[in-house]
Write a protein that binds this ligand. Structure first.
Ligand SMILES: Cc1cc2nc3c(=O)[nH]c(=O)nc-3n(C[C@H](O)[C@H](O)[C@H](O)COP(=O)(O)OP(=O)(O)OC[C@H]3O[C@@H](n4cnc5c(N)ncnc54)[C@H](O)[C@@H]3O)c2cc1C
Length: 386
């Protein structure tokens, strides 16, 4: 996308977020539902297809461009972004990066328009951080596979039309090499969705278990047409996803800072606005500094990703830093609000719970630390200076 069009798109989204979505935040949290007209608004703006190439009906943004839009989305409740987030990222990217031409032609236009929602099904009850140990089994029988197993905490599962599913095709290979990625249609006989999970926050965004009981999937639905590549596909998808989530954290931090500054200027104690106390100013300054640092590092890494560089380590650095950063910013925002920060009437109370998730999914902070350190040690072994 050329620079001017991107800037126009960003400004349109910014207006939509601030004028339409922010006023709906409380309603969405109370009803645990994003209104249908908002879904249509997202579809009209092309947000379901941010990352999908124009030839398939998407906006065709590269990751450097995508993060600029996601910084804007972070300003409001994450439930809104979650509605199209899996189509932009983890649900569609496996097909886009590694899918066959037929798979791309069949699914990408429908994902780009928002007609179909795609979910990413990797985690299982006994396989979370150690995703390569997953046990969902896909057994080849003639021209199809039979799938049995269960997936846990799958975002958008109650709304999904398709799942990008990681399952074990080689029972003799208990590690990553025995895993294959599939496209599974949600209406396949034998596939059932559990009740939506009751979460700490992000009401309006839904996760659930997905159970596979002898679900038949045609051989043509193996992503990329080759067995044993599924874990690699999942990791490529997550690298990209980590920069997207990091950008969302920055947007949320900026909103929390905005709420904090506004409250500090208005609230008076000891005869003056609390914003004039230097101890309060220190909290504001720390939050601004950290949010700015995260924004810069994400732009740098996303730019290099868009230029074709391998930034796996840097993507983990960004996800780790930005998700921990927004946790600290949310904590300070509550502190600056005093007792009011503990009350549901104020947005910071809700954001405090909403942003907690970012340190957990798409790889916990500990997993990001492991990825970063492993890469550092590999580079040292190879004599590469970091
Ligand atoms: C709201 C929500 C939405 C989600 N959406 C999806 C989705 O769409 N698709 C999907 O596939 N998954 C999804 N997940 C799952 C998510 O990715 C996992 O919860 C996450 O990867 C952590 O796995 P776990 O919950 O099993 O925790 P565990 O792996 O059991 O981790 C527990 C603790 O142990 C630590 N730990 C684990 N291993 C190590 C280690 N080697 N060294 C140090 N510490 C370690 C972890 O960091 C953590 O602190 C979602 C989860 C949530 C909560």
């Amino acid at each position: 996308m050329d620079k001017d069009t991107l800037e126009q798109t960003r400004l349109t989204l910014r207006r939509f977020v601030r004028e339409r979505l922010v006023p709906l935040e409380k309603q969405v949290a109370d009803d645990d539902k994003v209104p249908d007209e908002i879904r249509r608004g997202f579809a009209e703006m092309g947000l379901f297809g941010i990352s999908i190439p124009e030839e398939y009906g998407g906006l065709g943004l590269d990751l450097a461009e995508e993060v600029e839009l996601i910084f804007e989305m972070g300003w409001t409740s994450p439930a809104f972004r979650s509605m199209f987030g899996s189509n932009v990222g983890i649900g569609s990217q496996g097909i886009l990066i590694d899918g066959t031409p037929e798979q791309k032609e069949t699914w990408l236009p429908r994902l780009a328009s928002g007609e179909v929602i795609a979910s990413f099904a990797l985690t299982e009850p006994d396989a979370g951080s150690d995703a390569a140990s997953l046990r969902t089994r896909a057994e080849r029988q003639g021209d199809h596979y039979v799938i049995n197993g269960a997936k846990r905490y799958i975002t958008n599962a109650p709304h999904a039309g398709i799942f990008t599913l990681m399952a074990r095709t080689d029972p003799n290979n208990k590690g990553a090499g025995g895993i294959t990625a599939f496209i599974v249609e949600a209406n396949s006989p034998g596939l059932s969705i559990g009740k939506p999970d009751k979460k700490m926050g992000q009401r309006g965004a839904h996760t659930a278990d997905v159970v596979f009981d002898n679900v038949k999937v045609p051989v043509a639905n193996v992503i990329g047409g080759k067995e044993g590549q599924g874990f690699k596909t999942a990791m490529k998808v997550l690298d990209r996803g980590r920069l997207h989530i990091a950008a969302l954290c920055v947007g949320a931090a900026e909103r929390l800072i905005h709420e904090s500054v506004a409250y500090a200027r208005e609230r008076k104690q000891f005869g003056q606005p609390i914003a004039e106390f230097q101890l309060v100013q220190a909290m504001l300054a720390d939050s601004r500094t950290e949010a700015y640092a995260a924004r810069c590092m994400i732009r740098e890494a996303a730019g290099r990703y868009a230029a074709g560089e391998n930034v796996s380590m840097e993507a983990s650095c960004c996800k780790y830093y930005a998700s921990e950063m927004v946790g600290r910013v949310a904590d300070r925002a509550v502190q600056i609000h005093g007792g009011a920060g503990y009350m549901q009437e104020y947005a910071v109370e809700r954001f405090y719970r909403d942003v907690r998730l970012f340190r957990l999914y798409e790889g916990t902070s500990q997993i990001q630390q492991i990825v970063i350190a492993r890469q550092m040690l590999r580079q040292a072994e190879a004599g590469i200076e970091g």
